[in-house]
Ligand binder design. Structure first.
Ligand SMILES: C[S@@+](CC[C@H](N)C(=O)[O-])C[C@H]1O[C@@H](n2cnc3c(N)ncnc32)[C@H](O)[C@@H]1O
Length: 312
């Protein structure tokens, strides 16, 4: 199997070349059609529920992996005592609690997420934080109190909107004039070893017809121009977008293996096609053993750290 391209921005996509080549060499069909399981709405709901429950169950290793990436964006936000802050797509609430510590007893944090299972974990985590609360809703349309918040934050929670401009307009309206936003999101799949290393190892054993994981929703902001255009159209200014690379892991080998097989690009495939798990377990474990060290296996995360200010 080929290695991923050495140039991160190489125009030839890793998935199309490396992964699809492996499929054709092994006589698989080309992955031109999505797997169809029942009606589209049912499929979307069921898959979303499964993803939600999995992230709730694996919240500790998942949050361990994402923590340093979120901290990078949080330092750009620079939250202060007494501030009111939104945590968009707050998931299991680790960042909401951290923001709560920064704003103290005179500030407030509102974590918003569409998914009920993760919010149960978040509520438990924040039960002693009087100034952190959660709402289960779509941040694209939720009627936030206008002009109440000093800042909005997100760790990988802003790439899933059906209408990103409308969503960021809705978030901006919740901010005070000049209010800040900072978030971290993924660059391309091809640049993320967190995805490419397990996918390459598992590739020969994956089902023949798959959706292209590099165009999945988590990568919808993989191009900086799209982020800039979206924020600008939504009324943000002073937009700064920096590439940030960092090797991350979720703990020891077993923890990283379990997370990789249930969350992320390969995790989604295995979750939705459980029969491949016994086939990919060994090759993925070997790939992670090759990256093991004192902190457990570490793989590069390629992200954008974004900050901006509301114009009004
Ligand atoms: C990749 S997870 C990140 C969760 C959390 N921020 C963290 O870092 O642990 C993305 C989260 O965004 C949530 N989400 C997706 N679309 C959303 C929307 N329109 N409104 C609110 N939350 C949303 C998902 O339910 C999920 O919990």
């Amino acid at each position: 199997m080929r290695s991923p391209p050495s140039q991160p921005d190489a125009p030839v996509r890793f998935w199309r070349i490396a992964v699809m080549t492996a499929f054709t060499q092994r006589g698989h069909c080309l992955p031109v059609k999505p797997i169809v399981i029942g009606k589209m709405e049912e499929r979307t709901l069921n898959r979303a529920d499964l993803a939600d429950r999995t992230r709730a169950e694996l919240h500790a290793p998942y949050e361990r992996q994402l923590a340093p990436l979120g901290h990078r964006a949080m330092s750009e936000l620079s939250p202060n005592l007494g501030e009111y802050i939104l945590d968009i797509g707050c998931g299991t609430g680790q960042t909401s609690v951290e923001l709560g510590e920064k704003v103290g007893s005179t500030g407030e944090v509102l974590g918003i997420d569409v998914a009920p299972a993760v919010l149960e974990v978040a509520a438990e985590k924040a039960k002693s934080c009087a100034r952190v609360r959660f709402v289960q809703a779509d941040a694209q349309v939720y009627p936030f109190e206008p002009g109440l918040y000093d800042a909005a934050f997100s760790r990988f929670g802003v790439m899933f909107f059906t209408d990103p401009v409308a969503a960021f307009i809705n978030i901006r309206r919740a901010l005070k004039a000049g209010g800040r936003i900072a978030f971290v999101c993924w660059r391309s799949l091809e640049e993320n070893e967190l995805d490419t290393v397990p996918l390459q190892a598992a590739c020969p054993y994956l089902p023949p017809q798959l959706e292209d994981p590099s165009s999945a929703p988590p990568f919808s902001f993989s191009k900086a121009d799209k982020i800039r255009d979206t924020l600008s159209a939504a009324g943000f200014a002073g937009i700064e977008i920096s590439a940030h690379n960092e090797e991350v892991g979720s703990g020891d080998l077993d923890s990283m293996l379990e997370l990789t097989l249930r969350v992320g690009s390969l995790g989604k495939i295995v979750r939705e096609n459980p029969s491949v798990r016994p086939l990919v377990l060994r090759p993925v474990k070997e790939a992670l053993v090759a990256r093991d060290g004192p902190k457990g296996p570490q793989l590069n995360a390629a992200t954008w750290v974004v900050k901006a200010r509301s114009l009004t």
